[in-house]
Design a binder for this molecule. Structure first.
Ligand code: 5GP
Ligand code: ZN
Length: 114
């Protein structure tokens, strides 16, 4: 996807510190953090949103969560707790149309849903 900001981060065209990277997913700090730890985990392959996922993506989706667990441990928030969010479409306020998992933690959250 030519104009996708997260594809450009994955490819390195836009230089961003990556906190995790493997052959399937890439993670980096959110530019506008909503919590002391706010990391975005994205598939390396462009998928617009959860509305576009298929059965063929199931292993990849599971891998996003494995990466989230690993990052939560590495950032020291596994036991204090964290929240994982995937916004989909306008009502959820999805702003970037490249699927991403938000990993939020490092402080007590005020609202049960963010
Ligand atoms: P959404 O609302 O689509 O779930 O969240 C998009 C997130 O991407 C927002 O939290 C926003 O701060 C973050 N974001 C948008 N553009 C960039 C960028 O260029 N770099 C980084 N690191 N984060 C971005
Ligand atoms: Zn993309």
């Amino acid at each position: 996807m030519e104009d996708c900001i997260f594809c450009k981060i994955v490819s390195g065209e836009i230089s961003t510190e990556k906190v995790y990277e493997d052959d399937q997913v890439t993670a980096f700090h959110d530019a506008n953090p909503a919590a002391p730890t706010h990391i975005l985990i994205v598939p390396n392959r462009h998928i617009r949103s959860i509305n576009q996922v298929t059965a063929e993506d199931e292993q990849l989706l599971g891998h996003l969560f494995t990466a989230a667990r690993l990052l939560a441990e590495q950032r020291g928030i596994a036991s204090s707790g964290y929240r994982l969010i995937i916004n989909t479409g306008p009502d959820a306020g999805q702003a970037v149309f490249h699927l991403h998992l938000h990993l939020l933690g490092g402080g007590r959250m005020k609202h049960p849903m963010g």
